[in-house]
Every structure is written in C-alpha cells, then in structure tokens.
Design a binder for this molecule. Structure first.
Ligand code: FES
Length: 107
C-alpha cells in the first residue's frame, strides 16, 4: 500500500465547530473543525445513503447522521450510537500554510 498526503481544502473553508463535505479522487470526504483542530472521515454514513456533512455536531466530538440520527466519533470514526454500528474510515489530517492535507492510503 502507498500513502500520500493530498491537499483537500483551505483551513478557512471549514467553519469552526462545523463540517465541509468534499471529494478527493472520487472518495467523498467530510472535514470537521473542532476547537481549531481539523479531522477527516468518509462522508458517507456506514448505515445508509446519507452525507455526514449534512449532519450536526453533537457533544463537541460526535457527528450525528441527518438520516436516522446515528452518531460517530469524529476523532476516530468509531460508531458511537445506533443505528450506526460499522465504523467510519478516518484519515490523518494536517494543516500547513493554511492548507489542509489528508493522508490517503491506496491499496
Ligand atoms: Fe446514517 Fe442511517 S443513514 S444513521
């Protein structure tokens, strides 16, 4: 597997305590800004056909799916509340010169 850091967005594009849905090489990715810190996960809910970027951030660190209100931990992608049981893929993120990069792993 090869790993590469890919530019996804500008830091200022992601609102504080909110999300930005985007796409990298055909993969829908959701970016989050919590307390100034950037996190990235897949944007598609593992339970159904919903975009997590349309959901709400709850309890400071969870994303609530807009469709059935299941939740995931934004920092780890772990399923946190039913009906979500399958974890989300999460991506390491870093910010350099006002630009957000995430690490994609290609099989
Ligand atoms: Fe996300 Fe059902 S589609 S909780």
């Amino acid at each position: 597997a090869t790993e590469e850091w890919v530019r996804v967005a500008d830091y200022d594009d992601v609102p504080e305590e909110d999300t930005l849905g985007t796409e990298i090489g055909g993969v829908p990715v959701c970016l989050y800004k919590l307390d100034g810190e950037i996190y990235a996960t897949d944007n598609k809910c593992t339970h159904g056909d919903a975009d997590l970027s349309d959901g709400l951030i709850q309890d400071g660190c969870e994303i609530e799916c807009p469709l059935h209100e299941g939740r995931f931990d934004i920092r780890s992608g772990k399923a946190a509340s039913p009906p979500c049981s399958e974890d989300l893929r999460s991506y390491p993120a870093r910010v350099e010169g006002g630009v957000i990069y995430i690490k994609l792993v290609q099989a």
